[in-house]
Ligand binder design. Structure first.
Ligand SMILES: [Zn+2]
Length: 240
């Protein structure tokens, strides 16, 4: 991403150079995280991924909390309502009383279920890594982590409070974590979420929202031509 021209980068150059030197470690980490299946419904995989993220973010030396969510519910193919267990929200924060406060959000779940054929990363060429969650958004979590590490070691962090919320249910509509995000957002001056940029590098901004709908239709199986009486209609006279 290009930085604004004319901006005096001198105070940040040491940090930017440090970030450049972390590239190999960052790429190795995204490859390793991509191998962990963390489909939104794979609770053991989400826990495994959560442990890896927690360990990595512990390098920031902030406060940590894992917030368990009550189960949501979903409609089964037979039309019944069934509880839907959700993975936790991971919360990291530092200097919550600072003058300037930012909220950084992300998710560790992916759309690839445990039985999806897409489970491992592979290099398409020397620069493009293709794997589950590489862009959306295990890679984003690593960008967030290294940005915070750079700030923390820069000497510019004293006035900056940050809070990180990483959810496990974003790909199914943030059905459990939305309430926590809504509650925490007003405590920060700005918020950033680490979704991938658009194809031309533009930062992804707002979206109109999303919703999940289930429609349950109940009836009786029958054939419209040969066995319509099985649906409860009389053979004759036909209803008008
Ligand atoms: Zn995403």
């Amino acid at each position: 991403m290009g930085l604004k021209s004319g901006m005096d980068m001198a105070p940040y150059q040491v940090s930017l150079d440090w970030i450049d030197r972390q590239q190999k470690a960052m790429v190795n980490q995204v490859e390793a995280w991509s191998r962990v299946n963390s489909g939104s419904h794979n609770l053991p995989g989400l826990a495994d991924m959560g442990a890896k993220v927690t360990e990595a973010f512990s390098a920031l030396d902030g406060d940590f909390e894992s917030i368990a969510l009550p189960p949501s519910s979903h409609v089964t193919p037979s039309g019944d309502l069934e509880p839907l267990p959700l993975g936790p929200v991971y919360r990291f924060q530092k200097r919550p009383d600072a003058k300037r406060r930012v909220l950084l959000t992300g998710h560790l779940d992916t759309v690839f279920a445990k039985d999806s054929p897409f489970q491992a990363p592979r290099w398409l060429d020397d620069t493009i890594l293709n794997g589950p969650g590489v862009a959306d958004m295990k890679g984003g979590l690593i960008v967030m982590l290294y940005a915070l590490l750079a700030v923390e070691r820069s000497g510019l962090a004293d006035d900056l409070g940050w809070e990180v919320l990483i959810s496990s249910d974003e790909e199914i509509g943030s059905i459990g974590s939305a309430a926590i995000l809504t509650e925490r957002a007003p405590h920060a001056h700005i918020g950033l979420t680490y979704e991938p940029a658009l194809a031309d590098g533009t930062l992804a901004g707002p979206r109109k929202g999303s919703g999940n709908f289930s429609i349950v239709v109940r009836g009786r199986a029958a054939h419209a031509g040969r066995a319509f009486h099985e649906a409860g209609m009389p053979l004759w006279p036909w209803p008008r």
